[in-house]
Design a binder for this molecule. Structure first.
Ligand SMILES: Cc1cc2nc3c(=O)[nH]c(=O)nc-3n(C[C@H](O)[C@H](O)[C@H](O)COP(=O)(O)OP(=O)(O)OC[C@H]3O[C@@H](n4cnc5c(N)ncnc54)[C@H](O)[C@@H]3O)c2cc1C
Length: 364
């Protein structure tokens, strides 16, 4: 089949790679001039364990399966990564209940090695930490997201696939048993495909609305939840990722580490109505207060605004978190069309597993 994948973020690249390795002719159309310039370059680069998501959900299933695939992929493709482990810390009795519930959910989701430990044991692992208990996830790690995407691009091209940059998809309609797709950009025009996978991230809903035969009523609401990061100027205080218990809309302002050993904090949750990436320095006050609940030693003046990313959510403040949404031919009835909506965290971790599921729908 001739397959068009829309978007060269981590999801589009993983889907394109999986489809090309199954023998399809794959073209990725990317509006920007390079891979991974969207959500995929504005995240925490954490390979999540998989304990946060309701058992049986797509997020739970693909996070656990995707993480295992991702570690294997990093090892076989020389992608820099580190299985550094993570502690989710409880600072009061209510939070102890929360980490116990997370441990139970994680075990039900198949997350390996989870262990509830006391405050002293946590401090033996991370002496700067203040907590009365913690959930240790030894399988959580960090990855160089850009190197991962470059390696997937290499696999895609080795399997005969190609990426067309500066080529936004502007519309599609079903004619004569095929998809006729229009493209903007200097090489624009109209081309035919057997199948289309919409992996346009923050533009997934906008792209879906340009697909003539896809009912507008199926396009889900999009809610933007910005996550701001603050960099830490100083020697990292922790060797592992340190997370508070989750907050509505996100996982809480946590300690993230990059592969160079730098420490930063975030992301918080800022509900926005327009895409923008400014980090308001005034938010530092909330960061200091939150971080000091588990790291009282955070020095004054050590945080500086860093970067921000936007979660493409399907539900808003006060509503239950939505699952990933994959709308495939079996659901909407249009052959060869797969739409992916709401692929927020843990999309990076889940990407290789999600890609296998989606590539399977192309053949059904
Ligand atoms: C703050 C934050 C922190 C996160 N942390 C983690 C984490 O630690 N671990 C984890 O597993 N996940 C994390 N995630 C989630 C993860 O980053 C995303 O799930 C993933 O990057 C989504 O990738 P994507 O390919 O769907 O989107 P994108 O990377 O945005 O790719 C979509 C692409 O589509 C292109 N496009 C748009 N419109 C068109 C069009 N009309 N035609 C052609 N191309 C188009 C865009 O240019 C873009 O390149 C985080 C997300 C956020 C926001």
């Amino acid at each position: 089949m001739q397959v068009l994948v829309i978007g060269a973020g981590v999801i589009g690249l993983a889907v394109a790679r999986a489809a090309a390795r199954r023998g399809h002719e794959v073209i990725v159309a990317e509006a920007a001039g390079a891979i991974g310039t969207g959500i995929s370059s504005r995240n925490s680069e954490v390979m999540h364990g998989g304990m946060y998501y309701p058992t049986g959900s797509l997020r739970a299933r693909h996070c656990v399966a995707g993480r295992r695939l991702l570690y294997a992929f990093c090892a076989s493709h020389g992608v820099p990564h580190r299985k550094c482990g993570k502690l989710i810390v409880a600072t009061d009795a209510a939070e102890l209940d929360k980490i116990e519930a997370l441990a139970a959910q994680g075990r039900a989701n198949g997350v390996e090695g989870l262990e509830l430990i006391g405050g002293n044991a946590a401090r033996e692992m991370e002496p700067e930490l203040s907590c009365i208990g913690a959930l240790h996830s030894p399988e959580t790690g960090i990855v160089d997201g850009h190197a991962y995407m470059l390696a997937m691009r290499g696999d895609l091209e080795d399997a005969g696939g190609a990426i067309a940059f500066n080529t936004p998809v502007t519309g599609a309609s079903r004619t004569g048993g095929q998809w006729s797709v229009s493209f903007g950009g200097s090489d624009g025009g109209e081309f035919e495909f057997d199948a289309i996978v919409n992996c346009a991230g923050l533009s997934a809903q906008a792209v879906a609305r340009t697909i003539a035969d896809y009912p507008a009523s199926r396009v889900p609401r999009q809610v933007l939840a910005k996550g701001n990061y603050f960099g830490f100027a100083g020697k990292p205080a922790f060797a592992r990722l340190i997370y508070p218990t989750p907050m509505p809309g996100g996982l809480g302002v946590h300690v993230t580490l990059d592969l160079a050993g730098r420490m930063r904090f975030g992301p918080d949750v800022e509900w926005i109505t327009r895409e923008h990436y400014d980090v308001d320095p005034a938010r530092a006050a909330i960061f200091y207060a939150r971080i000091r609940t588990y790291w009282p030693g955070l020095p004054d003046g050590s945080l500086a605004p860093d970067y921000a990313g936007i979660r493409p959510k399907l539900t808003g403040p006060g509503e239950p978190a939505a699952d990933f949404m994959i709308d495939a031919p079996a659901q909407h009835g249009l052959p060869g069309l797969v739409q992916m909506f709401g692929i927020e965290s843990p999309g990076l971790t889940s990407s290789l597993s999600l890609a296998e599921e989606v590539a399977g729908y192309l053949e059904s």
